[in-house]
Design a protein around this ligand. Structure first.
Ligand SMILES: Nc1nc2c(ncn2[C@@H]2O[C@H](COP(=O)(O)OP(=O)(O)OP(=O)(O)O)[C@@H](O)[C@H]2O)c(=O)[nH]1
Length: 492
């Protein structure tokens, strides 16, 4: 494997979004499963049967499948997703790519997360924007620990609707009892995670039974929906409950008289005349103008990329957040969070990481408190968190941090942790609450840079510099990634 460059942005979509036939936003879903459960085959089958595959792709599929067809003589639908594999082989790791398809009633965006090694991380990236999770299991194997982990992460990230796809049912001779046993076990798990909306569907992704077309002929005992019918019935995640949020990406000063603050609205709405506060400084101003790339607008909502002009001179820089006066996020030096550890080193207590949330990046000390036992669903005391662990932690900052609880706003409540030594993303997390005091965990205690020998201090500075450059690269990519803008724009 040759992953040398990590692109945190989304991959460019290969196809334009399917036309929205009704006045509804597309439903976003993620698929999760263990290796070989048939995830690629299922997504391929969905694209194929909903006719989201372009003719040239279809021709390639027929050609490439010939000669290496499976026992059933069907094309290898997983080949439809091979574009990502090719990118991986060029040394580029792409966390999530989005595929678009639609039925007569609705359009959908499925987050496709390639690769197994970093699966949990990829999954967490996809889950943060999804309305629904499709959890795949192999009908012969039933629920695995991996299924439990994925279901847990999906629920932690706020997904409240699951479809359990009991795949490869053709290989169990369409065994009804086996299907029901797996469904019941999964319902118990989902309930323990607080997820009540579960649809279990017996299916064969390979043969296309109960995916888009009914599997009646072979499973007359099943009278529930096909996968697409279940997706058509699903509800969109409810709107965020916070006020206006604009994480400032850039301050624009094209001339003496104009100063605008640019970013993508991460919550709520804004219109000229609204009172806003600039955090963390707490300065106050009114909105004078809202400008998009070619228009002056009379309002902007979450998902809009805007330039905001204020009615007075204030001091604003990248990483600040402009928010509505009457509904502000929480600011402070200590927060509680839940994280998923993503690297072999896990999370070390007392170590200083970079925390990145929106356009803001700051130093943080992470103190693990407990780890989730996936089998029992209990939180056990923990001082460290190994790779893949889901844990509760305390975060301690040495400069004011700004968050909404993730429950209220996924954009301003989510973050990643970066190891300053390696620049690896070591965790993804969600803020659950503000803490009233730092207790024993004062991040300033970790601020020993002044007492370090000069050469070591210099090294540390160099690391910081490197990290900040990396930050720029990342931001540029994200800005350039038409996919993300497009994707976010669909929400507007
Ligand atoms: N019989 C049968 N085989 C299936 C079905 N779905 C997938 N397969 C086969 O199972 C194997 C694995 O399928 P993939 O779609 O590659 O599985 P995956 O989970 O995406 O695996 P990775 O891409 O390795 O993560 C392939 O040989 C598929 O043809 C099914 O419903 N029935």
């Amino acid at each position: 494997m040759t992953a040398s460059v990590t692109v945190l942005a989304t991959a460019l979509p290969e196809a334009q979004p399917a036309p929205v036939t009704r006045d509804s936003r597309p439903l976003r879903l993620i698929t999760c499963g263990s290796v070989d459960d048939g995830k690629s085959t299922l997504i391929g089958r969905l694209l194929w049967d909903t006719k989201a595959v372009k003719e040239d792709q279809a021709a390639t599929l027929r050609r490439e499948s010939s000669g290496k067809q499976n026992d059933l003589g069907l094309p290898d639908f997983a080949l439809l997703l091979d574009g990502l594999q090719a990118e991986r082989e060029q040394g580029i790791t792409i966390d999530v790519a989005y595929r678009y398809f639609s039925s007569e009633k609705r359009s959908f965006i499925v987050a496709d997360t390639p690769g197994h090694e970093q699966y949990t991380r990829n999954m967490a990236t996809g889950a943060s924007t999804a309305d629904l999770a499709v959890l795949l299991v192999d009908a012969r194997a039933g629920l695995l620990e991996q299924t439990r982990r994925h279901a847990t992460i999906a629920s932690l990230m706020g997904i409240k609707q699951f479809v359990l796809a009991v795949n490869k049912i053709d290989l169990t001779n369409y065994d009804r009892a086996g299907f029901e046993a797996i469904s019941n076990e999964f319902r118990t798990l989902a309930l323990s995670l607080g997820v009540r909306q579960v649809t279990a569907i017996p299916m064969s992704a390979l043969k296309g039974e109960n995916v888009v077309y009914s599997g009646d002929a072979v499973m007359p005992w099943y009278d529930g929906p096909t996968l697409v019918e279940a997706l058509e019935l699903a509800t969109l995640r409810s709107a965020q409950t916070t006020g206006f949020r604009l994480p400032v990406q850039r301050v624009s000063r094209p001339g003496e008289s104009f100063r605008g603050y640019q970013g993508t609205v991460a919550g709520g709405a804004v219109k000229p005349g609204d009172g806003v506060a600039i955090l963390p400084s707490g300065q106050i101003a009114n909105v004078k103008q809202i400008v998009t790339f070619d228009l002056v607008r009379n309002a902007a909502v979450a998902g809009d990329a805007i330039t905001l002009v204020l009615d007075r001179q204030v001091d604003v820089s990248r990483g600040d957040m402009i928010v509505s006066l009457d509904s502000q996020p929480q600011t402070g030096l200590a927060f509680d969070a839940q994280i998923v550890a993503l690297q072999p080193d896990g999370i070390q207590p007392g170590k200083r990481y970079w925390l990145k949330s929106g356009s803001r990046r700051q130093r943080v000390v992470v103190q693990p408190v407990s780890q989730l036992d996936l089998k029992s669903g209990k939180w056990n005391h923990a001082d460290t968190l190994p790779m893949n662990a889901i844990g509760k932690v305390h975060l301690a900052f040495d400069e004011t941090a700004i968050f909404d609880p993730y429950e209220q706003n996924r954009a301003t409540g989510a973050f990643i942790l970066i190891d300053p030594d390696t620049n690896n993303t070591v965790a993804g997390g969600m803020v659950t609450a503000k803490r009233s005091d730092l207790g024993a965990l004062n991040a300033n205690d970790g601020r020993v840079i002044l007492s370090l020998p000069a050469d070591l201090a210099e090294q540390l500075m160099a690391t910081e510099l490197l990290a900040s450059r990396r930050d720029e690269v990342e931001t540029r990519r994200i800005t350039n990634a038409a996919a993300r803008d497009l994707f976010d724009g669909l929400d507007g």
